[in-house]
Design a protein around this ligand. Sequence first.
Ligand code: AMP
Length: 214
Amino acid sequence: MRLVLFGPPGAGKGTQAKRLEEAYDLVQLSTGDMLRTEVASGSALGIKVKDIMEAGKLVPDALIVDMISGRIDEAEARAGFSLDGFPRTIPQALSLDAILDGKGLKLNRVIELRVDDEAMVERITGRFSCASCGDNYHEKFHPTTVAGICDACGGARFDRRADDTAETVRARLKAYHDQTAPLISYFEKKGIMMSIDGMADIDDVTRQIREALD
Ligand code: AMP
C-alpha cells in the first residue's frame, strides 16, 4: 500500500504515520525528518536547507525529489510506505507520479487531515520531545507525568524543533496554503483523496484512517 498523509503543519501526519508503520508495516517517509537529519549531520544538503527551514519556507523541489526517490526504492522492499510531508507542490506531485510510473506502481490513497490554522499554532508551539528516546509531548495537551522527566525512558533532556516558533509556524502555514493546498484538487481529480477530521483526538483520527484503509 502506498499512501500520502496530507495536511498543514501540526495536523498530526507524523503521529499517524508512525501508528500506520506499526499497524500495516508501512515505512514512514518523512521529508521533514530526512532534512532535519541532514541539518544535524552538517552535510552539504543540510547546510543548503537549514536557513530555508528555519524561515518556514519550502526547500526547492529538485533537492526534495532527489532526496526522496532513493528512499522510495528502499521502502518498496516492505509492504509499502506512507509519505509524510511530501509532495508539497504540484511539481513534486508530478515527480512522484513519474517515479512510481517508472516502477509500474501507483498511489493507493491520499488521506487529508482537516484542521484549523489557529489550533495548529497552539499545537506546534507547545510540542517537545525527549532527547534520548524521541517520545513526543505537548505542554498543554500531553505533558510528562512528572515535570521534566520523560514517561517512556526517564530522560531529563528535551528538544524542540528550531522551526516550531509562532512566527515560523505562521510562515509554514502560509507556504501550505499558497503552495501545497492546490494539491487537494490535483488528488481529487485522481479519485484517491479521502478527507478526515484531524481535530478529533489522536486515537479517533487513527480509527478513521484505519476504517478508510480497511
Ligand atoms: P515538516 O517536518 O514536514 O513540517 O517539514 C519541516 C520543513 O522542512 C518545512 O517547513 C520545509 O522547510 C522543509 N520540507 C519538508 N518537506 C518538504 C517538501 N516536501 N518540500 C519542500 N520543503 C520541505
